[in-house]
Design a binder for this molecule. Structure first.
Ligand code: HEM
Ligand code: HEM
Length: 431
């Protein structure tokens, strides 16, 4: 017995069924693979999981609307308990298809780390309104709720998929008079083991499993995309200094009027930082090199090689201008788990002790204030002064954990080491 057109689901319902079924299987496999969110791959898989999940939400809402407007064909030939089980499974699936994305969305919106969602890396997706702004305790409660229910719904999904597929196969393989599969796979003949529809579903299933298991989303970029704008100044620095050469910063120094040094043979010079100067940093994440820079910073420089005792440099860095090449990561770095830019919008480095360490080589000693913590910092640098033009480059390493950059799980240094290489490369003109 085959199903007539009236005994099967509408084409829209059929297309949505197989599309959503495939997406859910991929989605579950992605979730199993993304177990460590702190690795670059885990991060990328999570972003993809969020994107696929929100897609499933939309498709499922359309499907629910369609089903309510177009009731499914009556279930003929099934016993009472089979019908009841089919009903429970189908409605249970709707709870999962809509509940899983909603609980996932709640969990992400209530996350301690404010990682924004860009669907497929392109479309900005908001947090659940109201949740991200809640006080920590209330946010924690939502996070707990989202996490627990996402997990329980996942168990429910495993159970329902098992029952549903077993039911479909039982009727297809063992019952000759109940065209159940034909309702979703038109033309399938019950009682056939080698029905072409069944083979197509099995082959499609394998492809979907392989997709979920091996799909490798693009990892977050390892550096801001920008051409090398400024390379005339090669000073054979450490590699990190080269890595930091990216775009011209938006700002340059706004020097104060020079402090008078009347008796000195050469007055203390003031320097204005030229565009093209860079303030960069380099670290690694799960072994992958990450380069970043701050786009907005100013430096107030009073420096003369023969007036080291009077020289002074203050640098002020706008934390929110951080760029590492990945929009979602860049949006999360100013959050409380990292730089806490809302409370500490600026980092400052004030150097007031300078030593000459060799030909064109110096070390600037001072204090770095970052995330509200002040610690001594030395910056060895090279400097070449040619008339009224100076070229400087320096590299130093600082311990991010000493400043609290990376809270909670990000304090661990297995994925992101404590030592961060900071490099500055600038040209400046006298005056
Ligand atoms: C894993 C993801 C799956 C989900 C979420 C899912 C969900 C559903 C839902 C909700 C229905 C009710 C019809 C509707 O409201 O549109 C349905 C019907 C059906 N599904 Fe699935 N399904 C999945 C996988 C499968 C697989 C792998 C098969 C086949 C081996 C299958 C075979 C069927 C059949 C034959 C029906 C029609 C049953 C009937 O109403 O008589 N489904 N499915
Ligand atoms: C139908 C759609 C979805 C399905 C089937 C699904 C499935 C899963 C599964 C099976 C897990 C692993 C659960 C565990 O064992 O702990 C998981 C975890 C997760 N899901 Fe989903 N998910 C869906 C939608 C979403 C959406 C829309 C988001 C976010 C917008 C999301 C965010 C997450 C996150 C962040 C985790 C990791 C939780 C953790 O920290 O352990 N999911 N998901």
């Amino acid at each position: 017995m085959t199903a007539s057109r009236l005994d099967r689901y509408s084409t829209v319902a059929i297309v949505l069924h197989w599309l959503i079924a495939a997406a859910i299987v991929v989605q579950i496999l992605l979730a199993w693979r993304m177990n460590d969110l702190h690795t670059p791959l885990g991060f990328a898989l999570t972003q993809l999981h969020k994107s696929v999940g929100i897609t499933i939400l939309f498709l499922s809402l359309v499907r629910l609307g369609w089903r309510l407007a177009n009731p499914p064909p009556p279930m003929m030939g099934l016993t009472g308990w089979e019908r009841a089980l089919a009903h429970i499974t189908h409605w249970g699936f709707y709870v999962i298809m809509i509940g899983m994305p909603l609980t996932g969305w709640i969990m992400v919106s209530a996350s301690r780390i404010a990682i924004p969602t860009l669907l497929y890396g392109v479309i900005p997706w908001p947090h659940v309104p109201g949740i991200a702004e809640l006080a920590p305790a209330a946010k924690g409660a939502w996070r707990g709720f989202g996490h627990e229910s996402h997990e329980w719904l996942a168990y429910g999904a495993y159970l329902l998929i098992g029952l549903h597929v077993a039911g479909a196969l039982k009727h297809q393989l063992f019952d000759h008079d109940q065209p159940v599969l034909a309702r979703m796979a038109p033309g399938a003949k019950p009682g056939r083991w080698f029905d072409p529809r069944l083979l197509i579903i099995a082959a499609g299933g394998l492809i979907v499993l392989a997709l979920g298991q091996f799909l490798r989303p693009p990892l977050p970029a390892s550096a801001p995309v920008a051409p090398t704008a400024h390379d005339e100044m090669e000073m054979d620095e450490a590699p990190a200094a080269k890595a930091a050469v990216v775009t011209p910063p938006v700002s340059a120094a706004a020097p104060e009027s020079p402090t008078a040094a009347p008796a000195a043979p050469q007055p203390l010079s003031h320097w204005t930082v030229a565009s093209g100067s860079t303030l960069g940093f380099a670290t690694t994440w799960g072994g992958q090199a990450i380069e970043g820079r701050f786009d907005r910073w100013t430096a107030d420089i009073s420096f003369s090689p023969d007036q080291l005792a009077k020289s002074k440099v203050s640098v002020s860095i706008d934390i929110a201008s951080i760029k590492t090449g990945d929009a979602q990561r860049d949006d999360s770095l100013p959050s409380a788990d990292w730089f806490d830019a809302a409370t500490h919008p600026k980092a400052t480095f004030i150097a007031d002790r300078f030593e000459k360490t060799g030909e064109d080589r110096y070390v600037a000693k001072g204090k770095l204030t970052l995330r509200g913590v002040t610690k001594p910092l030395s910056l060895p640098f090279r400097l070449k002064i040619d008339g009224d033009k100076a070229r400087m480059s320096g590299v130093t390493t600082l311990d991010r954990t000493a400043f609290g950059v990376g809270q909670g799980e990000w304090q661990a240094t297995d994925q992101i080491p404590a030592g961060v290489k900071v490099s500055v490369k600038l040209t400046a003109t006298r005056g």
